[in-house]
Design a protein around this ligand. Sequence first.
Ligand code: IPM
Ligand code: MG
Length: 352
Amino acid sequence: MPKVAVLPGDGIGPEVVAQAVRVLREATDGIEFEEALVGGAAYDAVGTPLPAETLDLCRKSDAILLGAVGGPKWDSLEPALRPEVGALLPLRSELNLYANLRPAKVFSALIDTSPVKFGPSGPIDLIVVRELTGGIYFGRPRERSPDGEKAIDTCVYTRTEIRRIAQRGFEIARQRDRRLTVVDKANVLETSRLWREVVAEVARDYEDVELDFMLVDNCAMQLVRDSGQFDVILTENMFGDILSDEAAQVTGSLGMLPSTSLSDSKGTSAFGMYEPAHGSAPDIAGQAVANPLATILSASMMLRYSLEMSAEADRVESAVESALLHGVRSRDLGGTATTADVADAVIRHLRS
Ligand code: IPM
Ligand code: MG
C-alpha cells in the first residue's frame, strides 16, 4: 500500500488538506496516511518549523501532501525559524524537489470567472515548469551588512541544474502540444544567458518540440493579452513563482492552482511533494470558506505522478469538472459553498 506523508501546516492548510484526504480515500482502494508537523504549527509545538521526524517521515513515504506554511504570527522570527525559509525551502532542497509543475487551465464552467478576456489563441491551458532548488532563493551570500545599510541576495545557476529541469520541460512538452517557451531576463542577467545556452544544447535531443525564448516582462504582459498562446513555460525559480500566480489568477482563482514538486523520476513515476499554490491565506483561516480544489487537484496530480494511479487521477479530475458544471462555488469563485461543501460535491460526483 502506498504511503503518503500528510503535512497540514498553517492557516487554511489543515482545512484544505483534510478535504483532499477525504477525496483520496474515496477515489482509491487504499493509501496509508501519516501526519506530521510542519511550519508555524511545528514551531509552536516543538520549537522548530521542520522537525527531524517530519523529514524522516517524508523520506520514508511515496509522496507528500502539504497544506501551506507561514503566517503573520511567525513573520518576525529569525529567518531559520520562519516557516517559509526554515521549513518549505529545506523540504524542497533536502528532498531534491527541483521540478515544480504548476498547470493553469481554466475549467469550462469557470470561463466567465476569469478577470481577463481570453485572446486570439483561446482560453488558458498551460503548465509552468519552475526550477525550484536554485536561483536567488538559495544562492549565497544572502545577508545584511553589519550596519544594516545593505542587503544581498545572490542568483546562482549551474549547467547541471539547468540541464535537468530543461529535460523535464521538454519531456512534459512531448506529452502536451510540443511547444516550450523558456522565460528569462537574458537582456540583463548572466544566469539567463547560461539558461539559453544550456537549453539550446538540450533542445538537440528534442527536435520535435518547438522552442522559443521570451523575456519575463513580455511574458507577464502576454499572459494577460493572450494566455492561450502558451503550452509549456520553462523558467527559473523566482520568475516561476511570480508567473505561476499570475497564470493561476487568469484561470479565475488562485484557489484552483495545484502544484507538484518532483525529484528525479524512477521509470514512469517520481517522488514528489504536492501542495496548493495559494499558500496559507491567514486572513480567511478558520472560517471554512477556503477553496479546497487546488489541494484536491494536487492530490490528483499525486495519483498520476507519484502513485501510478492515473485512472483514479482522471476520475478525480472529472469529478471536479462535474462539480463545477453543477454550480458548486466557494467564495473566491463568487459563491457561498464552504470548504467541506465543495469536497462533498466532488465526492458525490466520484460516486455517481
Ligand atoms: C510558492 C510560495 C513560496 C515560494 C513561498 C511561500 C516561499 O510563494 O510556493 O509559490 O515563493 O516558492
Ligand atoms: Mg508563490
